[in-house]
Ligand binder design. Structure first.
Ligand code: ATP
Ligand code: MG
Length: 270
């Protein structure tokens, strides 16, 4: 059975793409899953890391899948990534922003276009991961409508937590109108540092998550700020391939995160 997970936060640069890529890596290397990453961000960062030959404006991409006039079948937009067991739907750069804009004027079904597209290829993958853009417009709305689970990628700090309310409100609206089954499966802290201030914001975040109608687990340990994380990503290497003990430990952390996420989704089913 395919599970679809969206990685979200409307705040930019908090680590959505980093988390998506590293969870995807853990899924193929340690969980032995067949994975599809959908790049739902016009910035195309996930595409750049995983399928660098498919950047920019393309004949077939998520943009042309979502665009009503083009309506490319998603199976035709899928490309193989640099990693075995992992395929990608490239974003299509600015065309994706235009496609999202064109959905705004569509009356019926605009929130469900991605969900319908994923349904066409579901039996081919165990796991579909959607890298969301830093916004709350039609692209994340399509991702949240298509997803079984949502992972909040969070940074610690006042401004970061201030923005969380808007994200949670949007999720609530999606649960009410377009995807009653959507569950926030976890929150992952990225780019943390070991300081007193961070400890404070970590417990603030934990208490916000605990007080939700359906409490959301905050995964441990947080991902620390470390240059090798960005370096591995920029060179298209998995953390398990990076060759340092710290990178291997972090890879295993992502393996555990995925175990927790999948367990949480299974619990929801039964
Ligand atoms: N824990 C970390 N330590 C060091 N660098 C990091 C860490 N997490 C992410 N980065 C770097 O910070 C930048 C932003 O991360 P990333 O692209 O994953 O965020 P994002 O939420 O996807 O951003 P956007 O909202 O623009 O899509 C990237 O250059 C990434 O390599
Ligand atoms: Mg990103």
């Amino acid at each position: 059975m395919t599970r679809t997970i969206a990685f979200a936060n409307q705040k930019g640069g908090v680590g959505k793409t980093t988390t998506t890529v590293n969870i995807a890596r853990a899924a193929i290397t340690d969980h032995g899953l067949k994975v599809l990453v959908i790049d739902a961000d016009p910035q195309g960062n996930a595409t750049k890391v995983l399928a660098p030959d498919h950047q920019g404006s393309l004949e077939r991409s998520l943009a042309t899948v979502l665009d009503k006039a083009k309506s490319t079948p998603i199976s035709e937009a899928i490309v193989a990534s640099e990693w075995d067991g992992l395929d990608v739907v490239p974003a299509g750069s600015d065309d994706l922003a235009d496609a999202a804009q064109s959905l705004v004027t569509m009356k019926a079904g605009r929130e469900s276009r991605l969900k319908k597209a994923i349904a066409e290829i579901e039996d081919r993958y165990d796991l579909v991961l959607i890298d969301c853009p830093p916004s709350l417009d039609q692209l994340p709305i399509n991702a949240f409508t298509a997803a079984d689970g949502l992972v909040v990628v969070a940074e610690l700090g006042q401004f970061a937590l201030d923005g969380l309310d808007r994200l949670l409100d949007t999720i609530e609206i999606i649960q009410e109108y377009t995807n009653a089954d959507l569950k926030i499966v976890a929150a992952i802290i990225n780019d943390a540092q070991q300081t007193k201030r961070m400890e404070h914001w970590r417990s603030e975040l934990a208490s916000i998550l605990e007080q939700l109608p359906e409490p959301v687990p905050l995964l441990d340990p947080p991902v620390q700020r470390a240059t090798f994380i960005a370096e591995a990503q920029e060179s298209g290497k998995g953390l398990d391939e990076w060759g340092t003990p710290k990178a291997s430990v972090l890879h295993q952390t992502y393996v555990q995160y995925l175990t927790t996420i999948l367990t949480s989704l299974k619990a929801e089913e039964s």
